[in-house]
Design a protein around this ligand. Sequence first.
Ligand code: HT7
Ligand code: ZN
Length: 859
Amino acid sequence: PPVIRREDYTPFPWILPEVRLRFDLGLEATRVVSTLTVARNAKADPSSTIRLNGDGLQLVSVSIDGEPVNTWSMDGDDLILPLSGDAHEVEIATEIDPGANSQLMGLYASNGMLCTQCEAEGFRRITFFPDRPDVLSTYSVRMEGEKAQFPILLCNGNKVEEGELEDGRHFAEWHDPWPKPSYLFALVAGDLVANSSTFTTMSGRDVELNVWVRDGDLPRTDHAMESLKKSMQWDEETFDREYDLDLYNIVAVSDFNMGAMENKGLNVFNTKYVLADPDTATDADFDAIEGVIAHEYFHNWSGNRVTCRDWFQLSLKEGFTVLRDQLFSQDMQGEAVKRIEDVRILRSAQFPEDSGPLAHPIRPDSYREISNFYTATVYNKGAEVIRMMRSMAGPEAFRAGTDLYFDRHDGEAATCEDFVRAIEDGAGLDLEQFRLWYSQAGTPKVEVAMRYEGETATLSLKQTVPPTPGQPAKHPMPIPLRIALFDRESGEHGGEQLIVLDTAEKELAFEGFAQAPVLSINRGFTAPVAIERTAPREDLVFLAARDDDSFARYEAMQELVVGHLVAALGGGLSDEEREVGQAAIAEAFGAILTDDTLDDSMRGELMMLPSQTYLMEQMLVADPGRIHAEREALKAWLGQHFHSTLETLHDRVSAVPYSLDGPARGARKVKTQALVYLAAGDPESAAERAWEQFDGADNMTDRQGALMVLAGLEGALRTNALLDFYNRYKGNDLVIDKWFTLQAWSTHPQAIEHVKALAKHPDFTLRNPNRVRSLYMAFAGNPHAFHQADGEGYRMLADLILSLDPINPQTAARFVPALGRWRRIEPHRAALMRAELERIAAAENLSRDTYEQVTRSLG
Ligand code: HT7
Ligand code: ZN
């Protein structure tokens, strides 16, 4: 497959102001007739032909200006038509089979309904079209189909007409007045019911809101509806963005490649991000729904009104929209905890990407298959890069910049450069050097040292941006770091400051300290960098117990644990060193368990040990088996050391009744965390406690938390709980997904055997991405099972990729990165991982998606 390069961008030679589509809908055969108004693009080089992209389409007929023609030709899957004049009307009829579409791109069938997914290049699987984001058109759509099969017919924009036809058929006509690229087109036809409401916008317009689901799911849609209203309100208040149609539809489908899709006026969602009630969804599920509903809604401005010129600019809409949804969730759920969660995601998903063979800048330079670039780098690091601009400008000046961006580029297909320029002009920032964050991949490392002499503390900073594929040498980037210097007696600091490290090395002097201060750096995680410092252990204990920046407090605790585990893994610790390390961790951990000023939600965060993935990132070459053993040993030690404190804590939080308010949610978080440590310390007595939590639960958070602990233990209580859970929720796909995940992700020594058995379970299918991910993503993220020393885990994942690739290449390709980390794993396992990548690469008829990921991973 060819490589597509950012530098090769040229505008399309034609504009297509209006598109009319007629759909004759059927599950096995759908006929599509498209009528395109086409005119020369004065801003592009002229052409005597028009290239219309296609993918797997059956062409029925073509006419130009009302005359049937056969002068067309095919170039691969694309249709080439000769066009001699300045303006034409082109009509094309095609036929497609949605029932056979297992890739879930284009028009496909899911549970008897028809729906679409067009981003990034799915529209070309519906009809021939210049399927690129810089071609904007208004769409008028007519759908016809059997009324009994498809009673509800939805499309973008507003419904303008509907009516009955002969033979039990009916039709609906929709018009979307906002010009949009083809990737935002959507259609849904099926037997659906709606949770309906209204929202009055800031200018006083009433918008009809609907959340469409299958009949039995209606009682689980209230949270989604509330989240939508909160998002609309927040975007008006925070970014001055008002919704621009009279209707906003959300449809939930159970077969979906990603989380959701922001199609204009008709969002299509994975059921996972719509359906929730206390019995079937955890607190984390409720939060994820709120976040994804907000994300898709915010795209209406950052993505739809201002879209992307080409797919290299993906972070323009995704990075910015992730930042917007993070700020929204911070306002809804509390800033401190949300920031810690976001940084945890960045470190566990994006940092490994940035240090591996698939590293790429947030604005990539080339790709073979764009679906492979919907990554944590483009989304999450993209959001961090814009967050840094906001930190440097301050929130008000940043708002002036985003206002200017929306004003300047409304109705356009813009670039990342347009965004940076608008922030520069609107916020009054010089971002010349900052643009490197868009072009350089790799997580910068900042080495930090402090020396103290004659009442002066001198901070030395040194940055290095590591080499990444295709980028051997890097330039220093501006790195904004919020810092504070604490007086170790009073526990106070004299105020925070934002410093910007914009050279390879920098020294900063701070005067007037009677004794060496304690440094708190990268507070709030102002920059997405890896800080490397040899802070004295007592300074970390101080910060973990007393820092007034919650993120920095969390960070100090993590650093304390990482330092201890890395030292233990590095060359082994003497008994005495181990005791000293454990005592420091215990001092900080004990303070966290008992600090009355902490709310439980933050306590729950601070109690979490750094993940195994993050620990693996800290080492040049990691031994997953040893890391797992050391981490589990520390958990067990803490569980034993704090046994009675943890039991008292578990008793206290277990007495808090269920509600969705902050304190009750915090109590539930601490409840399962306490259980995790108790189970590590004393599995037998904790199993009884976990069973009680499981059996007595009146909500999914407690039940799932207890089952997670039980799934890692041996014995009858484990078997009973898994059986009970399955029988209780049989038929509820989203909850049965959890049942698969809990077993595949478990610390149980036989987890790998459980995964093998679950792959043969009657409820397992390769056709549903949620189900595949529930088993195999959890497995690939479970280091002790996946990295089994004999390579069995790698074989299983490679087998999965090979079986899934012909069915759903996009989903298959997403499993490749787990094998691609081989360079950072000890040599014996690395060779086994490489061998599996080579086995995949040698397979015939590999999709473009999987081929690209495997060849990059072998690199
Ligand atoms: N913008 C949406 C991306 C998306 C997608 C991409 C490729 C294949 C399937 C997909 N479904 C949704 C999601 C978002 O970021 O909001
Ligand atoms: Zn998005």
